[in-house]
Design a protein around this ligand. Sequence first.
Ligand SMILES: [Zn+2]
Ligand SMILES: [Zn+2]
Length: 367
Amino acid sequence: MRFNAAVLRSYEGRFAVEEVLLNTGPAGGEILVKIAGCGMCRTDLAVRRSAGRSPLPAVLGHEGAGVVAETGGPHTGLSNGDHVVLSFDSCGHCRNCLNAAPAYCDSFASLNLFGGRKENAARFTDVAGDELAPRWFGQSSFAEYAVVPARNAVRVDPSLPIELLGPLGCGFLTGAGAVFNSFAAGPGDTLAVFGAGAVGLAAVMAATASGAVPLAVDRHPERLALAERFGATPLHAATPDLPGRLRRLTDGGAHYALDTTASAQLINDALRALRPTGHLGVVARLHTTLPLEPGALDRGRRISHICEGDAVPGLLIPRLTGLWQAGRFPFDELIRTYPLADINEAERDCEAGRVVKPVVIPEGWNR
Ligand SMILES: [Zn+2]
Ligand SMILES: [Zn+2]
């Protein structure tokens, strides 16, 4: 079949929306999904700085949501017409997958970031017949259609606005999952969030929904205003003695902190803002060594990397849609939609901080 997709051909070039060819339909255990919308995540844009490790040309996009158009075999657990949110890929049989920690799958990097399942390569080409990279994060959803492992698809209530739900599969899942799963923050617990982008603001919303007390640190006044709207005490990153200020506001230090910035300075500030036994989670990949100030980890303080919010997507995504329906996780307020044809504008706005979460929508997806 032929359909339109946004193809990235060079690390510094623009996306080109063009026709691509899918040479075989879904194999056993896979589904074909008509994409209703796909969020743009920092990890998509990080491909440009991957130093060639993520293969091109490729169709990126890993926050897809849509409607099942075809199932591969009888064992997908899904039917044509089901509404699904697509999440990251995992193998399903390594120790961490068996232990309900698919984000730490032994094959996570190869399946999601560095080329996907090799058997998929020849299935997906441009109109000239040249191979496109095997699917990105098991989906490649900056497109009108995606073939995905049914394992990565989470069925959702068809009354929900499916075109907006894709970011629940990665960005919003990461922030909310850190609060619900990694920290298990409860009523009255304090959480300092560093960086009020899509992940940080999802963490703020989840903290508020949990009865926890969030504080948010950022450089951009409009991001701080959003954080405040969702229940956080806003603090500019340039606040003098930021850790001291955070400790005073949290009666001796925060129980939890979440860093989305990968800034060594802010990570040290976050550790100094924690109370003894406090836990700092970092979600962004560090690109430099991380010097820690003396005493940063004293008295039981700890730091860990959190991948995909420690989530089992099939458990967390329905919780998030339920909270949204109850008015307690208003993630849609962070989204701006763009036609798929305007994906380059979406990237520009994202890089410039003009939009928290762009979602690209294939034209006429619901025809
Ligand atoms: Zn695995
Ligand atoms: Zn992502």
